[in-house]
Ligand binder design. Structure first.
Ligand SMILES: *Cc1c(COP(=O)(O)O)cnc(C)c1O
Length: 338
Protein backbone atom coordinates (compact mmCIF):
# COMPACT_ATOMS: atom_id res chain seq x y z
CA UNK A 1 0.00 0.00 0.00
CA UNK A 2 1.19 3.47 -0.77
CA UNK A 3 1.46 6.09 1.94
CA UNK A 4 -1.60 7.96 0.65
CA UNK A 5 -3.62 4.76 1.17
CA UNK A 6 -2.33 4.34 4.73
CA UNK A 7 -3.11 8.01 5.42
CA UNK A 8 -6.66 7.51 4.15
CA UNK A 9 -7.03 4.45 6.40
CA UNK A 10 -5.83 6.48 9.37
CA UNK A 11 -8.37 9.22 8.62
CA UNK A 12 -11.11 6.62 8.25
CA UNK A 13 -10.22 4.97 11.55
CA UNK A 14 -10.58 8.29 13.39
CA UNK A 15 -13.99 9.28 12.02
CA UNK A 16 -17.43 8.23 13.25
CA UNK A 17 -19.59 7.24 10.30
CA UNK A 18 -22.81 5.44 9.49
CA UNK A 19 -21.49 2.29 7.83
CA UNK A 20 -24.32 1.89 5.33
CA UNK A 21 -23.96 5.52 4.26
CA UNK A 22 -20.21 5.13 3.90
CA UNK A 23 -20.56 1.94 1.83
CA UNK A 24 -23.10 3.58 -0.46
CA UNK A 25 -21.00 6.75 -0.90
CA UNK A 26 -17.78 4.80 -1.51
CA UNK A 27 -19.62 2.51 -3.92
CA UNK A 28 -20.93 5.51 -5.89
CA UNK A 29 -17.48 7.02 -6.15
CA UNK A 30 -15.88 3.71 -7.23
CA UNK A 31 -18.65 3.14 -9.78
CA UNK A 32 -18.00 6.58 -11.26
CA UNK A 33 -14.21 6.12 -11.29
CA UNK A 34 -14.42 2.68 -12.91
CA UNK A 35 -17.32 3.56 -15.25
CA UNK A 36 -19.72 0.98 -13.87
CA UNK A 37 -23.38 1.25 -12.97
CA UNK A 38 -22.65 0.37 -9.33
CA UNK A 39 -19.84 -0.85 -7.08
CA UNK A 40 -19.59 -2.62 -3.73
CA UNK A 41 -16.61 -3.28 -1.47
CA UNK A 42 -16.25 -6.82 -0.10
CA UNK A 43 -13.66 -8.48 2.17
CA UNK A 44 -11.68 -9.86 -0.83
CA UNK A 45 -12.56 -11.26 -4.24
CA UNK A 46 -13.42 -14.73 -2.89
CA UNK A 47 -16.09 -13.21 -0.67
CA UNK A 48 -17.27 -11.16 -3.66
CA UNK A 49 -17.95 -14.53 -5.34
CA UNK A 50 -19.95 -15.89 -2.38
CA UNK A 51 -21.84 -12.63 -1.86
CA UNK A 52 -22.76 -12.36 -5.56
CA UNK A 53 -24.18 -15.88 -5.52
CA UNK A 54 -26.13 -15.12 -2.34
CA UNK A 55 -27.55 -11.99 -4.00
CA UNK A 56 -28.59 -13.97 -7.10
CA UNK A 57 -30.27 -16.50 -4.83
CA UNK A 58 -32.37 -13.65 -3.37
CA UNK A 59 -33.25 -12.47 -6.86
CA UNK A 60 -34.37 -15.94 -8.00
CA UNK A 61 -38.15 -15.71 -7.60
CA UNK A 62 -38.58 -19.42 -8.40
CA UNK A 63 -36.33 -20.33 -5.43
CA UNK A 64 -35.39 -23.49 -7.32
CA UNK A 65 -32.21 -22.48 -9.15
CA UNK A 66 -29.27 -24.09 -7.41
CA UNK A 67 -26.69 -24.67 -10.16
CA UNK A 68 -23.81 -22.46 -11.26
CA UNK A 69 -22.22 -23.34 -14.61
CA UNK A 70 -18.45 -23.24 -15.04
CA UNK A 71 -16.46 -24.23 -18.09
CA UNK A 72 -14.11 -27.20 -17.49
CA UNK A 73 -11.09 -25.00 -18.27
CA UNK A 74 -12.29 -22.29 -15.86
CA UNK A 75 -12.25 -24.47 -12.75
CA UNK A 76 -10.07 -22.69 -10.16
CA UNK A 77 -9.51 -23.37 -6.45
CA UNK A 78 -11.36 -20.12 -5.66
CA UNK A 79 -14.62 -21.42 -7.15
CA UNK A 80 -15.23 -23.19 -3.82
CA UNK A 81 -16.62 -19.78 -2.79
CA UNK A 82 -19.70 -20.71 -4.87
CA UNK A 83 -20.25 -23.89 -2.85
CA UNK A 84 -19.92 -21.80 0.32
CA UNK A 85 -23.02 -19.90 -0.85
CA UNK A 86 -24.88 -23.22 -0.91
CA UNK A 87 -24.99 -23.69 -4.68
CA UNK A 88 -23.79 -26.60 -6.83
CA UNK A 89 -21.01 -26.17 -9.35
CA UNK A 90 -21.93 -27.76 -12.68
CA UNK A 91 -18.85 -28.17 -14.83
CA UNK A 92 -19.38 -28.44 -18.58
CA UNK A 93 -17.07 -29.27 -21.49
CA UNK A 94 -13.92 -31.38 -21.62
CA UNK A 95 -10.24 -30.97 -22.46
CA UNK A 96 -11.04 -29.74 -25.98
CA UNK A 97 -12.45 -26.55 -27.42
CA UNK A 98 -15.98 -25.50 -26.43
CA UNK A 99 -18.86 -24.83 -28.84
CA UNK A 100 -22.00 -22.75 -28.27
CA UNK A 101 -23.91 -26.03 -28.16
CA UNK A 102 -21.86 -27.26 -25.19
CA UNK A 103 -23.07 -24.27 -23.18
CA UNK A 104 -26.66 -24.52 -24.45
CA UNK A 105 -26.81 -28.18 -23.46
CA UNK A 106 -25.61 -27.35 -19.95
CA UNK A 107 -28.19 -24.59 -19.38
CA UNK A 108 -31.46 -25.73 -17.76
CA UNK A 109 -34.24 -24.42 -15.49
CA UNK A 110 -31.99 -24.88 -12.43
CA UNK A 111 -29.18 -22.66 -13.76
CA UNK A 112 -28.70 -19.70 -11.40
CA UNK A 113 -25.65 -18.13 -13.07
CA UNK A 114 -22.65 -18.67 -15.30
CA UNK A 115 -19.26 -18.10 -13.66
CA UNK A 116 -16.65 -17.01 -16.22
CA UNK A 117 -12.97 -16.71 -15.25
CA UNK A 118 -10.97 -14.01 -17.06
CA UNK A 119 -7.26 -14.24 -17.84
CA UNK A 120 -5.05 -15.83 -20.49
CA UNK A 121 -3.63 -18.18 -17.83
CA UNK A 122 -6.83 -20.28 -17.89
CA UNK A 123 -6.33 -20.99 -21.62
CA UNK A 124 -8.76 -20.34 -24.46
CA UNK A 125 -10.76 -23.58 -24.63
CA UNK A 126 -13.80 -21.95 -23.02
CA UNK A 127 -16.47 -20.23 -25.06
CA UNK A 128 -15.49 -16.56 -25.38
CA UNK A 129 -17.18 -14.08 -23.06
CA UNK A 130 -19.20 -12.24 -25.71
CA UNK A 131 -20.80 -15.46 -27.01
CA UNK A 132 -21.35 -16.68 -23.45
CA UNK A 133 -23.18 -13.46 -22.55
CA UNK A 134 -25.25 -13.52 -25.74
CA UNK A 135 -26.49 -17.07 -25.04
CA UNK A 136 -26.99 -16.35 -21.32
CA UNK A 137 -29.18 -13.33 -22.13
CA UNK A 138 -31.47 -15.43 -24.30
CA UNK A 139 -32.10 -17.62 -21.23
CA UNK A 140 -32.12 -14.73 -18.76
CA UNK A 141 -29.12 -16.07 -16.86
CA UNK A 142 -26.69 -13.65 -15.20
CA UNK A 143 -22.96 -13.87 -16.00
CA UNK A 144 -20.39 -13.30 -13.25
CA UNK A 145 -16.81 -12.62 -14.37
CA UNK A 146 -13.98 -13.35 -11.93
CA UNK A 147 -11.21 -10.91 -12.94
CA UNK A 148 -9.49 -10.86 -9.53
CA UNK A 149 -5.95 -10.43 -10.86
CA UNK A 150 -6.68 -9.05 -14.35
CA UNK A 151 -5.10 -5.64 -13.88
CA UNK A 152 -3.46 -3.87 -15.67
CA UNK A 153 -4.80 -2.71 -18.11
CA UNK A 154 -6.87 -0.22 -16.11
CA UNK A 155 -9.55 -0.44 -18.82
CA UNK A 156 -10.40 -3.93 -17.50
CA UNK A 157 -12.27 -2.25 -14.63
CA UNK A 158 -15.07 -1.49 -17.11
CA UNK A 159 -14.26 -3.85 -20.00
CA UNK A 160 -16.11 -6.98 -18.81
CA UNK A 161 -19.26 -5.14 -17.74
CA UNK A 162 -19.71 -1.89 -19.70
CA UNK A 163 -18.05 -3.21 -22.86
CA UNK A 164 -18.81 -6.97 -22.94
CA UNK A 165 -22.10 -6.86 -21.02
CA UNK A 166 -21.40 -9.18 -18.07
CA UNK A 167 -23.81 -8.54 -15.19
CA UNK A 168 -21.01 -8.18 -12.68
CA UNK A 169 -17.22 -8.43 -12.52
CA UNK A 170 -15.18 -9.19 -9.39
CA UNK A 171 -11.70 -7.89 -8.52
CA UNK A 172 -9.26 -8.22 -5.63
CA UNK A 173 -8.43 -4.94 -3.89
CA UNK A 174 -5.04 -6.11 -2.63
CA UNK A 175 -3.46 -7.24 -5.91
CA UNK A 176 -2.52 -4.72 -8.65
CA UNK A 177 -4.83 -2.08 -7.15
CA UNK A 178 -2.52 -2.01 -4.10
CA UNK A 179 -5.36 -1.46 -1.67
CA UNK A 180 -5.86 -3.30 1.64
CA UNK A 181 -5.35 -7.07 1.18
CA UNK A 182 -8.69 -7.74 2.82
CA UNK A 183 -10.73 -5.91 0.17
CA UNK A 184 -12.43 -6.89 -3.07
CA UNK A 185 -14.93 -5.37 -5.47
CA UNK A 186 -18.21 -6.24 -7.12
CA UNK A 187 -18.71 -3.93 -10.12
CA UNK A 188 -21.69 -3.73 -12.45
CA UNK A 189 -25.43 -4.31 -12.03
CA UNK A 190 -26.97 -2.05 -9.37
CA UNK A 191 -29.78 -4.57 -8.93
CA UNK A 192 -27.39 -7.33 -7.83
CA UNK A 193 -25.14 -4.98 -5.85
CA UNK A 194 -28.01 -3.46 -3.83
CA UNK A 195 -29.10 -6.94 -2.71
CA UNK A 196 -25.50 -7.98 -1.93
CA UNK A 197 -25.14 -4.88 0.25
CA UNK A 198 -28.32 -5.72 2.17
CA UNK A 199 -27.05 -9.22 2.94
CA UNK A 200 -23.61 -8.15 4.22
CA UNK A 201 -22.45 -6.21 7.31
CA UNK A 202 -23.42 -3.91 8.93
CA UNK A 203 -26.82 -5.49 8.35
CA UNK A 204 -27.95 -8.32 10.63
CA UNK A 205 -28.44 -10.64 7.71
CA UNK A 206 -27.07 -13.94 6.42
CA UNK A 207 -23.76 -12.46 5.21
CA UNK A 208 -23.03 -10.31 8.26
CA UNK A 209 -19.65 -12.08 8.43
CA UNK A 210 -18.71 -10.35 5.17
CA UNK A 211 -17.59 -7.20 6.91
CA UNK A 212 -15.19 -4.52 5.69
CA UNK A 213 -13.95 -1.98 8.21
CA UNK A 214 -14.23 1.72 7.60
CA UNK A 215 -10.43 1.89 7.41
CA UNK A 216 -10.49 -0.61 4.57
CA UNK A 217 -13.23 1.29 2.76
CA UNK A 218 -11.18 4.50 2.92
CA UNK A 219 -8.07 2.55 1.89
CA UNK A 220 -9.46 0.81 -1.18
CA UNK A 221 -11.18 4.00 -2.29
CA UNK A 222 -7.87 5.90 -2.14
CA UNK A 223 -6.06 3.02 -3.88
CA UNK A 224 -8.55 3.14 -6.76
CA UNK A 225 -8.27 6.95 -6.97
CA UNK A 226 -4.49 6.44 -7.23
CA UNK A 227 -4.80 3.66 -9.80
CA UNK A 228 -6.89 5.89 -12.08
CA UNK A 229 -4.29 8.67 -11.76
CA UNK A 230 -1.09 6.69 -12.39
CA UNK A 231 0.66 7.09 -15.72
CA UNK A 232 0.41 3.41 -16.70
CA UNK A 233 2.70 3.85 -19.74
CA UNK A 234 5.42 5.29 -17.54
CA UNK A 235 4.84 2.57 -14.94
CA UNK A 236 5.40 -0.08 -17.62
CA UNK A 237 8.61 1.67 -18.73
CA UNK A 238 9.89 1.62 -15.15
CA UNK A 239 9.19 -2.13 -14.85
CA UNK A 240 10.90 -2.72 -18.23
CA UNK A 241 13.97 -0.78 -17.03
CA UNK A 242 14.02 -2.81 -13.80
CA UNK A 243 13.82 -6.03 -15.82
CA UNK A 244 16.84 -4.87 -17.86
CA UNK A 245 18.74 -4.15 -14.64
CA UNK A 246 17.89 -7.66 -13.37
CA UNK A 247 18.97 -9.26 -16.68
CA UNK A 248 22.27 -7.37 -16.58
CA UNK A 249 22.87 -8.50 -12.99
CA UNK A 250 22.07 -12.13 -13.82
CA UNK A 251 24.46 -12.07 -16.82
CA UNK A 252 27.33 -11.45 -14.37
CA UNK A 253 26.73 -14.78 -12.62
CA UNK A 254 28.60 -17.56 -14.51
CA UNK A 255 26.22 -19.95 -16.31
CA UNK A 256 23.16 -17.84 -15.52
CA UNK A 257 21.12 -15.50 -17.69
CA UNK A 258 17.77 -13.75 -17.60
CA UNK A 259 14.96 -13.65 -20.14
CA UNK A 260 12.32 -10.96 -20.05
CA UNK A 261 8.74 -12.27 -20.11
CA UNK A 262 6.04 -9.78 -21.04
CA UNK A 263 3.26 -11.27 -18.88
CA UNK A 264 3.02 -11.96 -15.15
CA UNK A 265 1.74 -15.17 -13.53
CA UNK A 266 -1.89 -14.07 -14.01
CA UNK A 267 -1.30 -13.34 -17.72
CA UNK A 268 -1.35 -9.55 -17.31
CA UNK A 269 1.12 -7.10 -18.91
CA UNK A 270 3.55 -6.72 -16.01
CA UNK A 271 6.98 -7.87 -17.21
CA UNK A 272 9.19 -10.20 -15.14
CA UNK A 273 12.50 -11.99 -15.65
CA UNK A 274 12.86 -15.75 -16.00
CA UNK A 275 16.15 -17.00 -14.55
CA UNK A 276 17.85 -19.46 -16.89
CA UNK A 277 20.64 -21.89 -15.95
CA UNK A 278 23.02 -23.58 -18.36
CA UNK A 279 23.67 -27.33 -18.40
CA UNK A 280 26.48 -27.23 -15.81
CA UNK A 281 23.81 -26.93 -13.10
CA UNK A 282 21.95 -29.91 -11.65
CA UNK A 283 18.35 -30.24 -12.93
CA UNK A 284 16.82 -29.43 -9.55
CA UNK A 285 18.76 -26.17 -9.16
CA UNK A 286 15.56 -24.09 -9.19
CA UNK A 287 14.06 -25.94 -6.23
CA UNK A 288 17.39 -25.78 -4.37
CA UNK A 289 17.74 -22.02 -4.86
CA UNK A 290 14.10 -21.38 -4.02
CA UNK A 291 14.39 -23.22 -0.69
CA UNK A 292 17.80 -21.74 0.10
CA UNK A 293 16.66 -18.13 -0.41
CA UNK A 294 13.58 -18.53 1.76
CA UNK A 295 15.89 -19.55 4.63
CA UNK A 296 18.38 -16.74 3.94
CA UNK A 297 18.46 -13.42 5.77
CA UNK A 298 16.57 -11.43 4.56
CA UNK A 299 14.20 -14.17 3.47
CA UNK A 300 13.58 -13.93 -0.29
CA UNK A 301 10.70 -15.71 -2.01
CA UNK A 302 11.20 -15.98 -5.76
CA UNK A 303 8.20 -16.43 -8.03
CA UNK A 304 8.44 -20.23 -8.70
CA UNK A 305 6.22 -21.46 -11.49
CA UNK A 306 8.19 -24.31 -13.15
CA UNK A 307 11.02 -21.79 -13.62
CA UNK A 308 12.22 -19.11 -11.20
CA UNK A 309 11.20 -15.52 -11.89
CA UNK A 310 12.08 -12.13 -10.43
CA UNK A 311 9.09 -9.76 -10.58
CA UNK A 312 10.01 -6.05 -10.46
CA UNK A 313 6.52 -4.97 -9.36
CA UNK A 314 7.11 -6.90 -6.11
CA UNK A 315 10.33 -5.02 -5.26
CA UNK A 316 11.03 -1.67 -3.65
CA UNK A 317 13.86 0.61 -4.81
CA UNK A 318 17.19 -0.96 -3.80
CA UNK A 319 15.80 -4.47 -3.39
CA UNK A 320 16.87 -5.66 -6.86
CA UNK A 321 20.49 -5.41 -5.72
CA UNK A 322 19.76 -7.37 -2.53
CA UNK A 323 18.06 -10.16 -4.51
CA UNK A 324 20.90 -10.39 -7.05
CA UNK A 325 23.59 -10.57 -4.35
CA UNK A 326 21.64 -13.21 -2.41
CA UNK A 327 21.09 -15.22 -5.59
CA UNK A 328 24.79 -15.11 -6.45
CA UNK A 329 25.73 -16.23 -2.92
CA UNK A 330 23.12 -19.00 -3.01
CA UNK A 331 24.46 -20.34 -6.31
CA UNK A 332 28.08 -20.22 -5.07
CA UNK A 333 27.08 -22.06 -1.89
CA UNK A 334 24.91 -24.69 -3.61
CA UNK A 335 27.40 -25.39 -6.42
CA UNK A 336 30.36 -25.76 -4.01
CA UNK A 337 28.31 -28.37 -2.15
CA UNK A 338 27.73 -30.59 -5.19
C1 LIG B 1 -6.75 -14.02 -6.12
C2 LIG B 1 -7.96 -14.56 -6.76
C3 LIG B 1 -9.15 -14.73 -6.05
C4 LIG B 1 -9.27 -14.45 -4.57
O1 LIG B 1 -9.06 -13.11 -4.28
P1 LIG B 1 -8.97 -12.56 -2.77
O2 LIG B 1 -9.08 -11.08 -2.95
O3 LIG B 1 -7.66 -13.00 -2.24
O4 LIG B 1 -10.10 -13.15 -2.00
C5 LIG B 1 -10.27 -15.18 -6.73
N1 LIG B 1 -10.21 -15.49 -8.04
C6 LIG B 1 -9.07 -15.36 -8.76
C7 LIG B 1 -9.08 -15.71 -10.22
C8 LIG B 1 -7.90 -14.90 -8.14
O5 LIG B 1 -6.78 -14.77 -8.85
Amino acid sequence: MEKSVLDAMMRGSQSFVDMNMLLVAAGRRIAKLTQNEAAYITPGCASAITLSILALRELDSSKSKDEVLIDHSHRIPYDQAITFAGKKIIEFGDGGKRSENDLLEAINEKTLAIFWVAGSYVGDNALDLISTIRLARVHNIPVIVDAAAQLPPVSNLSYFTAKCGADIVLFSGGKALRGPQSTGLILGSSKIIEIAAKLAAPNQSIARSFKVGKEEIFGILQAIENYMEIDHVQQLEIWEAHCNEIILGLSKIPGVSGKKMELNQAGQPIPRVRIEFNEIFPTNIEQEIYSYLIESNPSIVLDFDQSLFISPDMLEIGEIRIVLIALKDAIAELVSNT
